[in-house]
Design a protein around this ligand. Structure first.
Ligand SMILES: [Fe+2]
Ligand SMILES: [Fe+2]
Ligand SMILES: [Fe+2]
Length: 408
């Protein structure tokens, strides 16, 4: 099994860019919450692991939300309307050995302090959860003010008063007092207002060394994000898992080394991560997409590239993943690469993607059986979209491919 050398902070930070896209208009929520929470925590003297755990959990706190509509509802100032995303998010983190220790913090990021203080979990985690809760409400209140008022300073007292009013009930008194302190500084509000919070969080990446992590650990981290993408629409449930499985299977059939097969799996899981930016309604639209809508959907493979390109150690996987809509005749997107420029592995991901999508029901057509899929793949070879050797390999193992792609 291969090991990958990555910087965990950098990977979490970059992948959280994908999460931020779900907000569409409410962009960078996770990063602003991490900024507000970290400022409160520093005021309280938190350090090292405690601060680091807070930061990671804050950046990822809304990983249970895939749908744009849910995000905008939560962005309105409603208290505790939707705890479903807390359960989903905490389950996702629990599935990843690198982040499992943060799952309780995400689970309780909307739990009132009056209840949480007696919960059976370490005090440090309770404080992290409650600090995120406070920070995320400050961000929601701030954004509500920014809708009709460009200067947050004019609203600082109104926002602070609303947080103070919930002291002891929603929020731990110690955290509210730290917030009152930081809220006195205009620098705090200017940073929030100008979007500089993402610059602040970017510097957090740097203070951790690169670390060798095993394939299965990286896979479980990546799987969190592929799960979020696939959950955007009931039609694409487990699409990325299917593409990953089939890409690996094809890599094995074509005698690629084990390391390449593992990388193919990761590229399959990540290929559609840019879809987090596509509004769920477009993914679920029954009729044909109009030109404008199609342009929005088409952007996703470029966004996959944008999200992944900053994770050092994943450069090759980034290429394979973001080239899945390239076509041999040069009519693919977004790079318009031609024939020889597209690696064998990127071609494998492309075939696996088309195959898996055809094996699933879409709003505008039923799922196809393996023979109908094979006919379409052959047509795609004839028009120089897909690679003939890979499609021939599919034909030779058609039933096994169908099983590999069909994870549901
Ligand atoms: Fe949130
Ligand atoms: Fe795609
Ligand atoms: Fe796809």
């Amino acid at each position: 099994m291969s090991t990958f050398t990555i910087n965990l902070h950098e990977a979490v930070y970059s992948l959280s860019n994908a999460l931020d896209l779900v907000g569409v208009t409410h962009i960078h929520h996770g990063k602003r919450v991490a900024y507000i929470a970290a400022e409160c925590a520093k005021r309280l003297g938190w350090q090292d692991q405690h601060l680091d755990d807070l930061f990671q959990a804050a950046i990822l706190h809304d990983c249970g939300i895939s749908k744009t509509a849910v995000h905008s509802r939560l962005a309105q100032f409603e208290w505790e309307q939707n705890t479903e995303h807390c359960f989903v998010g905490s389950k996702l983190l629990a599935s990843c050995s690198l982040l499992a220790h943060l799952s309780d913090a995400v689970l309780h990021h909307h739990t009132h302090w009056s209840v949480l203080k007696d919960a059976d979990m370490p005090m440090q985690m309770k404080l992290i959860a409650n600090c995120i809760y406070l920070a995320e409400r400050v961000d929601v209140l701030s954004l509500a003010c920014l809708v009709d008022q460009s200067n947050l300073l004019l609203n600082q007292h109104a926002i602070t008063d609303q947080i103070v009013a919930k002291m002891g009930d929603n929020f731990c008194a110690e955290l509210v007092e730290a917030f009152i302190d930081i809220a006195e500084s205009s620098l705090f509000w200017f940073t929030l207002e100008s979007g500089d919070a993402s610059g602040y969080t970017a510097t957090w990446e740097a203070h951790t060394p690169n670390k060798a992590i095993e394939f299965h650990e990286l896979k479980s981290l990546v799987h969190i994000f592929s799960h979020i993408v696939d959950a955007k629409s009931s039609y694409t449930k487990e699409h990325s898992d299917g593409v990953a499985n089939l890409a690996r299977f094809l890599g094995e059939c074509l005698d690629l080394p084990e390391e390449s097969c593992e990388m193919l799996e990761l590229a399959g899981l990540l290929h559609d991560i840019g879809k987090l930016r596509v509004p769920s309604e477009l993914l679920e639209k029954e009729g044909k997409l109009i030109e404008e809508e199609y342009a929005i959907v088409q952007r996703h493979s470029f966004d996959t590239y944008e999200i992944l390109k900053n994770i050092s150690g994943l450069e090759t996987i980034t290429e394979w993943a973001s080239q899945h809509h390239e076509r041999l005749d040069g009519n693919g997107y977004p790079f318009q690469m031609v024939n020889g420029a597209i690696s064998l592995e990127a071609r494998i991901v492309a075939v696996a993607d088309v195959f898996q999508a055809l094996a699933q029901t879409r709003p505008y057509r039923k799922a196809l059986d393996e023979h109908a899929i094979m006919r379409i793949l052959r047509e795609q070879v004839d028009c120089r979209h897909l690679d003939a050797t890979i499609v021939l390999c599919v034909e030779q193992h058609l039933h096994a491919c169908f099983k590999a792609a069909h994870c549901q």
